[in-house]
Design a protein. Structure first.
Lengths: 466, 844
């Protein structure tokens, strides 16, 4: 086990570095920057931070970025199954082609293909680097989500945000290095065997007074003075105990953390408060809009956190799991997310942050070109699509990737990758590369083995580097 | 289901390659041209990077840069069967049939056709035949030299200078090393500290004020023994130590991580463990039951039920039952099971050998697939009638006549209820019919255009309201009937192993891929830790029984060592081997190898009794040492590797929660039974016998007692933690997808927020305050009471003054309506302050 009850100074410092406090820990942070990160050879970094927009559920690449002429022509007709016979699917028995629900057209100077459903994103098409040959190894939400975040779908491993936090340390000692807004599950922000200070801090955007941005943030006492006195007594008891024991790093850490926690109570609500933002900023993100308010707030918060030095910010936007009536449901999701996402890109650009901020947009997998109808009786226009890990679309922007560039291609039906395949391990390797980290050297020794985010796989996708 | 054909196929290819191999005819000129223009460039461009001398590491053991290596093939066997493209792995891989080569994307069809043509020609290859060194392999004999694979010895306790210190042989082993280093054991902890320590360690609960008094008043030399025997004899002991074991199983009340599909029988394994620890089931027997309980003879239905339930060990892990590729589902779950056996019993990372021989330890594919073959012969899952879903296999448990009678009683009660509800439903339906008719009549009497007719419209509104109410009641009653019929009492079941119809050795899955079977491996155990050949497995049996015997054999050098080290770690904070789950060559070496062997052989000699070992250890002098730091010893051994003091430990999530509930007086005695509240219809979704998705569970309505039950009885969800269980999300509970014998002890600010503000602490502070106020007469007595309850020791004078001062100062900041409220508020803050302090959160 890594977290020994008897911590050395380095570990203790690591443990202190996690939370929305604003304690003057400058000296500790200074010491920490020298010690938390592994000794890695310096590589040129084109990105300093990452914002990962996770589209949970698996958005349909066919309707958003990669329509197929063949499928459009065959709409409603059987196209034959490319699946291995051992693989079961339900509601897809007829393998009917399902043409794209709305037009997907070339946009901007680059001619990058984007759906009519994303008018705002079309406006920033020339910033985007589209990967059409993404692939993961599992067709199930939970497994594929784990793999997208940690590289593995069975074993519990550190998430990519944790690896990056470990690799680069923190830019701002008063903020955690990894924040996950509306996190889709423990393992997506867990630090696995890496020190706990690298685990993501889950954050909820408070849409009303009842929602706490961070759990247990509300003072349990009558008022702040009472709570402060209570904490002070605990602190005196703790100090005396520590003297009696002649020191204990873990307990020292607990004492410091109580102060940090107290400050988190005060500072976090300020941090997530968007009431002082200008109207033009709010409008840019679609904040106040009927559908786009929630994700707009999350994206603006992501920008603020990123700007303040949080290395890895994740925003999860769910609801993309369209097994039925994709024509009716997909527009709603796009209305909820299009303006917030495009607003974020525009805002980063105008602030000069896009250059060294890598934005990643992806689901855990994509969807099939053939239709799915779980009812067995719906007309083709009410069908949806099944999960497809074999190929799907992911895009990146900023942070050293080629703008307005499309990489990778699938076969005529949009099932198998025929060139420019990017496995999730390759994507992880590329993200680390852009951050100046060699994915084969960023390791942690655990039960006898040097573990990596990319396990024993992964190659940097050189074609997309700017 | 995987068919057996690939295995046979590979075997026949082996024969084929032997007959062809090196004796291929010299290629003709045309054939050379074909090879040089169509084949070699592709091999060089597409394959050499991973499959030639240019490769950084040879992937899959295959090289294509010379003829003999290509013919010999890699891990999956020969790459080419000359003349037969359909049987050639190379051609199949190019077509992405089974393997997918090149991995970056399929080559053009024309190229694939060229390769098929070439193979059909007999794969003429002008490149020189060169014998290359054999690929990496493991050296079992050399591997045996590693300390952990050596036989367990029974070393003599060493002589020590200070002969008065040791109370047990254990102490001699420790003291001898300390004396050697010029160190002394730290002076004993006081009796209060020792009692709190041993109570938390053995039962996960603090001592009560009465228990403290009994121990303090016991002046006999047996006082310690008396306390320990009381603790080991308590029900709480099993509840504590079963939870340690659950950390090694991946236990949850959910099957996989998707859709919250409930594992409704998992609790039986948890209850089996609690009972097994409480009756001190010998560990060798405990192993046999968990690996092969279904294959053991049993005399009574109860014994049979116990044996079957025990095999839940292999069943309860994280299984992705929604995986639509059933061959992959099986292969992944086999891996979970093999890894679990390796980690829990052997302290070895067997999972590494799924794809290749272990990189550091002398464990090969043969070892992995030897065990995997047994488990594959006893399938754990089956496809259900729900969409793509599978489920864990169950076995009906035999019932005693009393159990059967009790169940029949329940069943007739259910039938009675259902009949009652059905009657109620038809009466409601009659009422609805009447109301609906009345509405229709009123519609007729007062056509829509006559809106001015006020009384009639009010009447109609009331009728419609009544109809809607009736609809709602009927809907609810339908739900209740459906739920009762779905969960109609059935024969008790457990998730249990049983040998299947297809008992056989299994092939290596190349890179873990079930569609790329390699050579077949005989079923067997880990060779490097076996002295004898693995026994013959009787025809038609999986071999789990033989594996269980092999694991539980006293000659197995790992089993006893790994277990006694786990027990040591729980008591002393760190293992003698600090990497408790890994005894391999890259793990930690034992700080006290002789002590480890002494404990292991003593454990075996005492009939594999865990209680006996625990008793001996907690009664040792070493376990009595204080836990503070000593300047001199710190200089020599800052990490306490020589164990000159007791290690302090932060309480884990369970001990914190259970401890709080015990102190507040709320803890209820655990009875076991289902953790999930399936009897509440609102917790159960999609109750149908078939459909797209299986029934699921949401923990909306807990049982009233849940808030006060020990944590081990609360549902373990794979995706989140329930309301009364949030503490596990913050204090290092082992993720149920993980197998880990030692919890982390992280220190992060969100824990401080939890301690400062969460209701678990706040409510207990209130209750303890009320208790202290009502049970003790004055401030002085109340403070003593509080300190004894929370810190399990008397209050000191400075603390007394400090507390009084605190109460006095706090007075002014509080807004109380009445003096009595104020008193409660003051004491609640004081209690909360104590509960949040390190002295409560740690054990010393």
């Amino acid at each position: 086990m890594l977290q020994k009850p008897f911590l050395d100074r380095r570990q203790m410092l690591q443990n202190l570095a996690c939370g929305f406090g604003s304690l003057a820990l400058a000296d500790i942070a200074h010491a920490m920057n020298q010690t938390t990160s592994p000794q890695l050879p310096l590589m040129a970094a084109s990105a300093k931070r990452v914002i990962f927009l996770f589209m949970a559920g698996g958005p349909s690449q066919h309707d958003l970025f990669d329509p197929k002429e063949y499928i459009r022509k065959k709409h409603g007709q059987p196209i034959g199954s490319p699946l291995r016979k051992e693989v079961t699917q339900v509601g897809t028995e007829k393998f009917l082609a399902l043409g794209n629900a709305v037009p997907v057209k070339p946009r901007g100077n680059s001619g990058l293909m984007i759906s009519d459903l994303m008018p705002h994103l079309c406006g920033v098409a020339d910033e985007i680097c589209l990967l059409r040959g993404m692939t993961v190894d599992n067709p199930q939400h939970a497994s594929a989500t784990n793999q997208f975040h940690t590289g593995m779908f069975t074993e519990v491993r550190p998430s990519m945000g944790s690896w990056i936090s470990y690799g680069l340390g923190t830019e701002n000692q008063n903020l955690p290095s990894f924040v996950s807004i509306h996190a889709p599950g423990l393992r997506t922000y867990g630090s696995g065997f890496l020190p706990a200070s690298h685990q993501g801090t889950p954050l909820t955007v408070p849409l009303n007074d009842k929602i706490l941005p961070v759990e247990n943030l509300r003072n349990a006492s009558e008022n702040e003075i009472t709570q402060r006195q209570r904490i002070d007594l605990t602190k005196r008891l703790n100090r005396r105990l520590l003297d009696d024991l002649h020191g204990d790093a873990n307990m020292e850490g607990m004492i410091q953390n109580m102060e940090l926690a107290f400050r988190m109570q005060i500072n976090t609500p300020k941090l997530v408060d968007l009431s002082n933002e200008t109207k033009s900023t709010l409008d840019l993100y679609g904040i106040g809009g009927k559908d786009s308010d929630k994700h707009g707030r999350a994206c603006l918060l992501a920008r603020k956190l990123s700007e303040s030095g949080v290395r890895f910010v994740q925003v999860t936007m769910d609801g993309w799991d369209h097994h039925g009536d994709i024509k009716g449901s997909l527009p709603k999701l796009c209305q909820q997310t299009d303006q917030p996402v495009a607003g974020l890109l525009k805002d980063l650009k105008q602030r000069g942050l896009l250059e060294d901020t890598l934005v990643l947009w992806s689901g855990e997998f994509g969807r099939t070109p053939w239709s799915q109808d779980l009812s067995g009786t719906a007309p083709i226009d009410k069908h949806g699509r099944e999960h497809q890990p074999e190929s799907f679309c992911t895009w990146m922007a900023g942070g050293g990737v080629k703008p307005g560039f499309t990489h990778g291609e699938t076969d005529e039906m949009g099932y198998r990758v025929v060139n420019g395949k990017v496995h999730i391990h390759d994507l992880h390797a590329t993200i680390l590369h852009l951050l100046g980290l060699d994915h084969t050297k960023l390791t942690w020794r655990h039960i006898g083995r040097d573990y990596r985010l990319t396990d024993v796989h992964g190659e940097v996708v050189k074609e997309i580097l700017a | 289901m995987i068919k057996l054909t690939p295995v046979i196929l590979v075997c026949s290819m082996f024969l084929a390659s032997k007959s062809h191999g090196a004796d291929l005819p010299t290629p003709t000129k045309e054939q050379v041209v074909f090879f040089e223009t169509k084949i070699r460039p592709v091999l060089v461009e597409q394959c050499h990077k991973c499959h030639s001398s240019e490769a950084k590491s040879i992937k899959g053991g295959l090289r294509v840069d010379n003829r003999s290596m290509l013919m010999k093939g890699g891990d999956s066997g020969p790459a080419i069967v000359p003349g037969d493209p359909a049987k050639s792995i190379l051609a199949k891989a190019l077509k992405h049939d089974g393997l997918e080569m090149p991995p970056k994307g399929k080559l053009p069809d024309s190229v694939i056709r060229d390769f098929e043509t070439w193979i059909r020609m007999g794969a003429p290859d002008p490149r020189k035949l060169v014998e290359l060194p054999i690929a990496r392999s493991i050296d079992i004999e050399a591997g045996r030299r590693h300390w952990a694979f050596q036989p367990i010895l029974d070393p003599k306790p060493p002589l020590v200078k200070d002969a008065s210190w040791p109370l047990d042989h254990v102490d001699r082993f420790l003291l001898a090393k300390l004396e050697n280093a010029g160190l002394k054991p730290l002076k004993d902890a006081d009796r209060h500290t020792w009692l709190r320590r041993v109570s938390f360690d053995l039962t996960g609960l603090p001592p009560t004020p009465l228990q403290i008094k009994a121990f303090m008043d016991d002046n006999s030399p047996n006082a310690w023994e008396n306390a320990v025997d009381r603790l080991l004899g308590s029900h709480a002991y099993g509840e504590r130590w079963a939870r340690h074991w659950l950390d090694l199983t991946g236990y949850a009340d959910m099957m996989g991580t998707s859709n919250n599909v409930y594992a409704e029988h998992a609790w039986r394994y948890r209850d089996y463990l609690i009972a097994a620890f409480n009756k001190d089931k010998p560990f060798d027997r405990f192993i046999r039951e968990q690996i092969a309980g279904d294959l053991l003879p049993a005399n009574k239905p109860g014994e049979r039920a116990e044996n079957l339930t025990a095999t839940g060990f292999l069943m309860v892990g994280d299984v992705e039952i929604v995986e639509p590729d059933k061959a992959k589902l099986e292969a992944d779950y086999l891996d979970t099971q093999v890894s679990k056996i390796g980690t829990a019993f052997l302290g070895m990372t067997l999972g590494c050998a799924r794809c290749h021989d272990h990189k550091f330890d002398p464990i090969g594919l043969q070892d992995y697939y030897g065990i995997a073959g047994m488990l594959r012969s006893s399938p754990s899952t089956h496809k259900t009638a729900f969409g793509v879903w599978s489920s864990l296999n169950t076995t009906d448990l035999p019932e005693t006549p009393e159990q059967l009678k009790a169940r029949q009683g329940l069943e007739s009660k259910t039938n009675e209820n259902i009949n009652k509800w059905k009657t109620e439903k038809s009466s409601l339906e009659m009422q609805r019919k009447a109301v609906t008719e009345e509405i229709a009549r009123s519609d007729k009497a007062a056509p829509a255009d006559k809106k001015t007719d006020a009384p009639s419209s009010t009447n109609k509104e009331a009728l419609v309201k009544k109809r809607d109410e009736l609809n709602e009641r009927i809907r609810k009653i339908d739900g209740t009937i459906n739920h009762a019929e779905f969960f109609r009492s059935k024969a008790p079941k457990a998730y249990a192993m049983r040998d299947g119809d297809r008992v056989a050795d299994m092939p290596v899955y190349i890179r873990g891929n079930p569609y790329a079977p390699g050579i077949v491996m005989p079923r067997g155990a880990i060779r490097v830790v076996s002295r004898d050949k693995f026994p013959t497995i009787p025809e038609g049996q999986s071999g789990r029984l033989q594996l269980a015997d092999w694991l539980a054999d006293k000659g197995n050098p790992l089993t006893a060592r790994v277990l006694v080290n786990r027990i040591w770690q729980k008591l002393f904070g760190e293992g003698i081997v600090r990497s408790v789950d890994y005894f391999g060559t890259r793990g930690e070496t034992p700080s006290h190898p002789e002590l480890l062997d002494h404990l292991a052989s003593r454990f075996i000699n005492h009939g594999w009794s865990q209680k006996r070992l625990l008793r001996d250890l907690v009664l040792s002098h070493a376990y009595r040492m204080g836990s503070s730091n000593d300047q001199e010893s710190m200089m020599v051994d800052p990490e306490n590797k020589l164990i000159w003091r007791m290690n302090r430990q932060r309480l884990d999530a369970e001990a914190l929660r259970d401890g709080l509930l015990q102190i507040s007086g709320e803890l209820v005695q655990g009875q076991g039974g289902p953790a999930l509240v399936l009897e509440e219809p609102e917790n159960c979704g999609s109750l149908a016998l078939k459909g797209i998705n299986p029934p699921n569970y949401t923990h909306r309505k807990p049982r009233p007692t849940e808030e006060f039950q020990r944590t081990i009885y609360l549902p373990v969800m794979r995706t989140n933690f329930g309301t009364h269980d949030r503490i596990r999300a913050f204090f290092d509970f082992v993720n149920p997808a993980q197998i880990s014998g030692q919890r982390n002890q992280t220190v992060v600010p969100t824990q401080s927020l939890f301690v400062m503000n969460n209701d678990l602490f706040r409510k207990r502070a209130t209750l303890i305050a009320n208790r202290v106020l009502s049970e003790s007469p004055d401030t002085k007595a109340r403070l003593s009471h509080l300190w004894l309850a929370v810190f399990n020791r008397p209050i000191t004078n400075p603390e007394y003054e400090e507390a009084e001062e605190f109460l006095g100062r706090l007075n002014s900041s509080l807004n109380a309506k009445a003096p009595k409220d104020l008193e409660t508020m003051l004491w609640r803050e004081l209690c909360h302050s104590l509960l949040a302090s390190n002295e409560f959160i740690f054990r010393f």
